[in-house]
Design a protein around this ligand. Structure first.
Ligand SMILES: [Zn+2]
Length: 266
């Protein structure tokens, strides 16, 4: 059965394929290298972040042309990791995600890609991070324009959960008492009860807490159609704080994205 599925190939290519299995990947970054080549950073399902040289990628007629665009989903064959720069030997385009070229979607997708990039350790597979990126890009490609903000917020909560940095929305992080509808921001990344909130207390409105709980508990594919208990703008600042705390990086894209999605009320 498997033999029947294998297309006949020249023996050299067949040999290299057995040695280096194709990786399922999203193109995270690329930069020029010498005159005609490119360095490509891939987020792969199987091996985490992979950096590889695409030789001759700028040459006309190169099999890489048009396949290594930012956020493309590809099947990439990369030489084994022997300590030096790995070689990209073959790329198959799986999905181009053209809809993400629209400005708000592009900003949202770039923000997600950057979060996933920050979250990756230098080595080792992180299939959950890959799935968050690939699944998130699909949602951002298809959701109605008005839902982009809530999809991004939902993805940020999932991302925080993967990092182990999603605050408990039910219990005070200091004493464990139920928060109910009354919570306060903590100095750190958690939420606390009134008693454990340092003055000046920064309350989190009950409707904001409920919005965050609902996004957390809803499957991602339902985010685009979800009716939220309050305006997204009221909740958008909290995940930004938690993300900055968890990753020690501040996204430059996020403020641009939310300024576009949530223009200040007049
Ligand atoms: Zn407490």
């Amino acid at each position: 059965m498997s033999a029947a599925k294998t297309a006949p190939t020249r023996s050299g290519r067949a040999r290299s394929r057995t040695r280096d299995p194709a990786l399922t990947a999203v193109v995270l970054r690329r930069s020029d290298f010498r005159e005609s080549s490119r360095i490509v950073t891939l987020l792969t399902h199987e091996q985490g972040r992979v950096v590889a040289l695409a030789k001759g990628a700028h040459r006309p007629g190169s099999p890489f042309v048009g396949r290594l665009d930012f956020l493309n989903e590809v099947r990439a064959t990369v030489s084994a990791d022997r300590g030096g720069l790995r070689l990209l030997t073959r790329v198959e385009l799986v999905r181009e995600r053209r809809a993400l070229r629209q400005p708000a979607r592009f900003l949202a997708a770039s923000h997600l890609a950057q979060l996933c990039d920050f979250a990756m350790p230098d080595a080792g597979p992180q299939p959950a991070v890959y799935e968050l990126l690939a699944g998130g890009l699909s949602l951002l490609e298809r959701c109605p324009p008005a839902a982009i903000g809530q999809v991004v917020l939902g993805l940020e909560l999932r991302h925080l959960a993967l990092l182990g940095a999603l605050p408990d929305f039910e219990q005070c992080s200091a004493c464990g008492d139920a928060l109910g509808g009354e919570a306060y921001q903590d100095e750190g990344p958690g939420l606390v009860c009134r008693e454990h909130a340092e003055p000046p207390r920064r309350p989190v409105p009950a409707a904001v807490l409920e919005l965050l709980r609902q996004l957390r508990d809803t499957p991602g594919r339902q985010w685009p159609g979800q009716r939220l208990p309050t305006a997204l703008a009221a909740a958008a600042a909290l995940p930004a704080r938690w993300l900055a705390h968890a990753t020690e990086q501040r996204s430059r894209l996020r403020p641009l994205l939310f300024a576009r999605l949530l223009p200040p009320a007049r």
